[in-house]
Write a protein that binds this ligand. Sequence first.
Ligand code: M6R
Length: 604
Amino acid sequence: MCGIVGYIGKKNTKEILLEGLKELEYRGYDSAGIAVLQHDNFESYKAVGKLVNLEEKTKDFITQDFAVGIGHTRWATHGKPTELNAHPHLGESSYVVHNGIIENYAKLKKELMSEGVTFLSQTDTEVIVHLFEKNLKSASSALEAFTKTISQLHGAYAILLVTKSEDESIFFAKHGSPMLVGIDAQNDKYFASSDTPLIGHCTDVNYFEDGDYGYVSPNAIVIFDKDGNKKNPRFTKLTQNKLSAQKNGFRFFMEKEIYEQSDVITDTLLGRLSDEGIVFDELDASLFDGINEIKLCACGTSYHSALSATYLFERYAKIKTSVEVASEFRYRSPIMSKDTLFVVISQSGETADTLETLKMAKAAGLKTLVICNVDNSSMVRLADACILTRAGVEKGVASTKAFATQVMVFWMLSMYVAKLKNSLDAKEIAKQIALMRQVPLSTKVSDVTHEHIKRLSKRYLHGHGFFFIGRDIFYPLALEGALKLKEISYLHAEGYPSGEMKHGPIALADPELFTIALLPQHLLYEKAKSNVEELSARDSTICAISALEFDKADDFIPISSCQDYMLEFFEMMVVLQLLSLEISVRLGNDVDMPRNLAKSVTVE
Ligand code: M6R
C-alpha cells in the first residue's frame, strides 16, 4: 500500500527520500514522487512504475543545502496509476502526500471547483492541498490553515504537507494510517509511514497517535492531540538491525522468508515453553476470566491462521471459537457479548478492515487481544493485550513466515487456555509442548524436497485450475496453499475441504484440473484418501503430499514420518509455499511484488 517519507535538514534530501521510498517498496505501489523545497524554490518529480523510473528522472536534480522534502509511493485507489495521479499533489505553492482515503473528498472537491479551483488529478488527496490554500487566505498562519483543513477531512489519513508560506516546516497529521517522526544525531528530522526507512538514520522515534497533527521545523517538533492540546513527543529507541531486510543471497524475499521459518519459529517459542505449560509473560491470566467464547477476526492469510485456531481451541482448550473475515464482520451488525474474547490477527497490525473490527469490539466493551508481528502497530497499541509473533520483517507480499508464526502462537495459546480451564491434563500438555519443540525442525527446508519441487513445478504451469484439498486443520492449510498460488502465479486455485468435493466441485475434474491433496498420516488419513481417490477416478491430475506413499497420485511429494499431525501441518506448509514459489518463478512473475497486491492493506 502507499508509503510516505519526509525529511528536514542539510543532508542530501533527494537521496534520503529516494532511499526511504525504496525501503517501502515491498508494500506494493504503482507510482512514486518527491517534492523538495530549497532556496524558496519547489522541485517535484513523479514517475509511474518502479522507483528506478523516478531515480532516472531525478538523476540531474541536486540537493545539498538545507531543504525540506516529502516523498510517496502510491497504490491507486481513486484514479488510475498515472503521473498526474501520483503524489505529491501541488496547489499554488504547497505540496501534499497522503496515505488513506478522504471519504468526503467528492463534496469538498465540488465546493472548491465551484470557487474556481482547478484539479489536475482524479485523486481524493488533491483536495487537501487546495483546501489548505483556500484556508491559508483567511488564516493568520500556516498552522491555523492546516488545523482547519484537518478538521474538514473525514476518513483515514497520514498526511505531510510543505508550503512556501512556512518554508522551514513540514506539517503532518495522522488519523487511522500509521506515521512516525525520528531524529538523527544532528537533530535532522525524518518522517515515514513505517519504521524501515528510518533505520540507519534515526536512533529515536515518536509514533504519532490517531488525531495527532502539527509541524516539524529545524528546532521544533510541535504536536497537538485530537482536541488541540499541545503534547510532548514520546521518543522510543528504534532498532538498528537492517540485516533482516536484505535478501541474504536468496532470489526473492519470499524464498528467504520461507527458509527463515525454522529460525523465526524458534524465536516465537523462545521463553514461552516450560515443562508445565506455556508462558506468555505479556498476558495477564485474568484476560480469560469470565470468557466463554473466542471470536477471531482477520483477513487473507491471517484469516487462514485464525481458521486453523478454531480447530485447536475447540479440540484442546474446549472453548467455543468462531472466526470471521474482518471485512464481512464490519458491516453485518454482529452480536457481541461480553463473555467473548475478541482476537484480531494481523501480520502488519495496520490492515484497515481488521483494525476496524478491533475498534468495534472495544466500543462494545469486549476484552481484546491482538496476535501481531509488528510492535507499536495500530492494532498493538489499541488492543488490551498483545502476543507478538516475532517473525521479523516480512517483505514478500505473499505472507509465509507470518502465517507460520501465527499458527505457532495459536497452538501455544490453545495450550495456555487448556491449562487455565483444566481441559487437558498435565501429561497431554507436556506432550504437546514436546511436539512444539520439534516445529523448528519440521519447517527446515530440505534441499532434496526443494529440488524435487523445482523440477515438478514445470508440470503445473497450465491447466484450467487447481484444487487444494484437506480435512480438519488441513482445510485452512489448503486455503492458504491456494491463496499463495493465486497471489504469485495468477493461476486459478481454490481451497476446499476434501469431503466437500463430491458436493459440486468434482464436476470440474479432468486431467487439466490439478488437485493438490494434503494427506496427513495422523489425522483422518483414510477419509482424506477416499476423497482423493474419487477425484483420481475422474481423471483429475493429483499431486499428493504425504508421509505415506499413495499409488493413485500422478505426482508425490513426500514429507518426513513424524509423531503428530501438527508437525505434518508445518512441513506441508513449507511444501505448499515452495510449490507456489517455483511455479511463479517458472512463469516469470515478480514473486515479491505480485501485480495488484499490496503488503499492508490500509484501505477498506
Ligand atoms: O497484515 P495482515 O496480516 O492483516 O494482512 C492481511 C492480508 O492482507 C494478507 O494476509 C494478504 O492476504 C497477504 N497477501 C497474503 O499473502
